[in-house]
Structure formats: C-alpha cells, structure tokens
Ligand binder design. Structure first.
Ligand code: F0G
Length: 435
C-alpha cells in the first residue's frame, strides 16, 4: 500500500517493492515481497539553520577539552594548565532504575555510572590530569601499580601523550578486560608474582630509582581529576547536594578526592549542605572499615582476598586523607561479603545497567545501610558505579555458566542444534529464567 493522505511523521517502506506500512507495524520484513524495510521521515518542519541550532544547543559543548567532564571544571581542577591531554572523558550519566530502588529499599536511587568513561572506569578522570601534569613537568615516562583499571587508563593516556608507560600488576589477579586493554594500548606490562600491595611498594622503589613519574592515586593531580565525579554529579542535580554518596573503596583515592571536592564545593559556595560519604569495602579487604570501627584509633593492614579484584587491597595508600574525608562528612565505612557483592551485581546487571564486581560493592553496602536504618528510604542517595560490566567478563561467565550451586541471578545458556524442535524444547525448559 501507499499512504494517500498526508504522511505521518515516520513510516516504514519496503526497499524492494516500495510497499509502505505504519511506523508501528510489528512486521520484521515486507508482507508483500519479503523485502527489507526502511524507516522514512517527513522533513522536519523547521529551517535547516534552526535544526542545526537545536542540535548544537542539545550537544552542550564544542569539541576539544571543553567537551570533557573534567576540564569543564578546570578552575577547580588545574587552572594553570594550558594544553591538556584529554580523550575527552567524564560526562557520565546519572541513571535511575525502579528495579534498583526496590532492591536497595529506597524511594529514588540515582546511579552515577563512571563505567561510561573512555577506558571504562573513573580512572580516566584522574589520568587526564595526571598525564597532563607529566608533560608539564617534562617527565620522560610514567608508571603505576594497579589492580587493572588504573593501568588500562594510564596506558591509554600515555599512548595519547606519546609517553612510555610502565605498569605493575599482580600476576593472575587482574580481570581479563583490564589486562587486555593495558596490553592493547601499549604499556610495558610486568606481571608481578605478588599482590597489589607488593606491586605498589615495588613501583614506589622503581620510580625513585628510574626517575619516572608515578601516577598512582597518591599522585595529588590524580585526586584533582577524580574530584570532578562530585562536581559533575552536583551540576547534574542543579547544585542541590544529595544526602548520601555511596561508593566502593580500595586504595582510598576516591574517598580522599570526594572529601576534598565536597570541602571545596562548600567553601566556594557551590553547595549549601555537605552530603555524607559511605565507603564500602569487600569483607576480605576491609582494613579501612576496621579502622572506622575502632574510631580510627589505629591503621589496619590485612592480607586482602575478594572476588572484586579491583578493590583487593590490604594496605591502602591514601589512608590519612580518606580518614579526613570520612570525619569531615560525618561519613561511614562498612564492609560486605563477596556473596552480597555478587547479589548486588546480578541486580545491577539484570536492570540493564551493568557494572564490574567492585562497583557493585557500593550498592550491597547501601542496602545494608538502609536495612540498619542509617540511610532512610526517603534520603536522596547517589551511588557511584566505578567500572563497566565488560571489565570482568571472566567472572560473569563463571557466574552465569558454571557456578554451583546455581546462584539466584544466574542466567544459564542452553546449547542447541540449528533446529526449530530443539529450540522449542529449550524454551519449554522450566529451569530457564525467562520462558
Ligand atoms: N572501583 C573500581 C572499579 C576500581 O578499579 C577501584 C580501584 C576502586 C573501585 C577503588 O577506588 O582505590 O580510589 O578506593 N582501582 C585501582 C586500580 C586500585 O589500580 O585500578 P580507590
């Protein structure tokens, strides 16, 4: 058929015979000749200049460093930097999913997804500033120890800057996606037979002896970049500060950065109230939570163990500045077992959002804080998701395909031959989740 009357705003046309069907038609192919369909639109009823103006307005920034969610805040990050190494990065979304409100027990939970950064984690925000600084001081190479995300980010930004990068990671202790990125971006990668804490001690020694620029989060310029997670989320909330900001904690760079950002935002009149920080560790890697529990009377160190390899850290480097952040914000620190991290991750993944295991620790901790009444259902809460779901595909596949007994959120695939009967049988299988 062909539309005889005025055309609707959009419709579908068969590319083979020209048959036209409604925009809302559920047909997968043309019902006349089985050809492929194409969506067509009436021309917009405004001038091309007006159309371009609308597109520009909605884009909200011109190309270059101004498009970066870090350098947009340059007055409070590194005002004197004139030329910067920017991907660009930041501009991560604030997400809302009703399913996760329900899971956490809150009326309205917002998720700031830092996995939307160019290398898939919040590390890019610190690294754009760190590598910019490396060039400013004339560094001849950059280095870090890492549980994987810092190394992926360092490798990418060093490649962009044309600087050699050296990374030390625990052998067998880094998620697949992160190691693959680090190698692909071209960093010299050393797999150390030891844990992250040993890697960090070694890289400290090495940078002193080799004269390369250290870009772990003890580097203060990294912290300046990571502050923009907070500035950007405050801007997204029209500078109405939330009651709580909840996030996973390992080496405590973010805890330190968040505390500093909130101190400055308050001092400089950007916000009028200070959110409370809730830092969440994995139970097997919770030295900071232990220190919090004894009123920060002493610094704890542990031999770390958790499935959330990003935060498998026993002797966090930014301990002192993180203590200040928690005390200043009347914050809390807690730990959650791996089983709850996996449960939270399954809920986040099944909501269509997805994140890496360490990121899910934040939400697991949030649910505990709601259950114990520290956070109320009506509180305004932002949870930071620190890394992308594809960072750790190894764990995902183990969880869904292999783990016994079957975890509650597991989505086991079934293998079939290319045969409609086998397909029907598979869909009748009662143990499969959806059908
Ligand atoms: N979440 C993810 C995904 C991380 O990669 C890290 C740290 C954290 C949370 C904890 O943040 O250290 O600031 O307390 N990853 C570092 C790395 C250690 O080497 O990639 P933190």
């Amino acid at each position: 058929m062909k539309f005889q009357t005025e055309r609707p705003a959009s419709w579908q046309t068969c590319m083979h015979c020209g048959n036209e069907v409604l925009e809302t038609s559920p047909l997968a192919r043309c019902n006349v000749c089985d050809g492929l369909l194409e969506v067509r639109h009436r021309p917009p009823d405004i001038t091309p200049a007006e159309l371009i103006r609308r597109f520009t307005e909605r884009r909200g920034g011109v190309p270059g460093a101004t498009a970066s969610g870090v350098w947009r805040f340059r007055e409070v990050v590194l005002p004197s930097a004139e030329s910067v190494v920017s991907h660009p990065e930041g501009n991560t979304p604030l997400l809302h999913r009703v399913a996760l409100d329900r899971w956490a027990g809150l009326d309205h939970l917002l998720l700031k997804h830092e996995g939307h950064n160019p290398t898939g984690s919040f590390k890019d925000r610190g690294m754009t500033v760190g590598v910019t600084q490396a060039l400013r001081i004339g560094a001849r190479a950059v280095a870090c120890a890492s549980t994987g995300n810092t190394s992926a980010s360092l490798a990418a930004y060093a490649a962009q800057a044309g600087l050699p990068a050296l990374v030390l990671v625990p052998a067998g202790g880094v998620a697949l996606g992160k190691l693959a990125q680090t190698l692909a971006y071209g960093a010299r990668t050393l797999l150390v037979r030891g844990d992250f804490d040993q890697c960090l001690r070694l890289v400290n020694q090495a940078t002193a002896e080799l004269g390369v620029y250290l870009l772990n989060s003890i580097n203060p310029f990294r912290i300046e970049g990571q502050k923009t997670i907070i500035f950007e989320l405050l801007q997204q909330l029209s500078w109405e500060a939330p009651d709580w900001i909840v996030f996973p904690a390992g080496n405590l760079g973010n805890t330190a950065a968040f505390g500093k950002a909130l101190r400055e935002a308050l001092e400089w009149g950007l916000i009028s109230s200070r959110p409370r920080l809730a830092a969440v560790q994995a139970e097997g890697a919770a030295p900071f939570a232990q220190s919090f529990a004894d009123g920060f009377a002493q610094r704890h160190r542990v031999k770390a163990e958790t499935i959330a390899t990003a935060i498998k850290i026993g002797d966090p480097a930014s301990y002192e500045r993180a203590v200040t952040a928690i005390l200043e914000t009347n914050g809390v620190v807690l730990s959650v077992p791996d089983s709850e991290i996996l449960e939270a991750k399954a809920a986040i993944d099944a909501s269509g959002v997805g994140c890496e295991p360490a990121s899910a620790a934040g939400l697991a901790g949030l649910r505990r804080l709601v259950q114990q009444g520290t956070i109320e259902a009506t509180d305004r809460v932002v949870a930071i998701l620190t890394g992308h779901i594809l960072k750790d595909p190894g764990l995902l596949l183990r969880y869904h395909q292999e783990m016994e007994p079957l975890p509650p959120g597991a989505n086991r695939p079934a293998e079939i031959g290319p045969d409609i009967r086998e397909l029907e049988r598979a869909l009748r299988d009662k143990s499969a989740k959806v059908w």
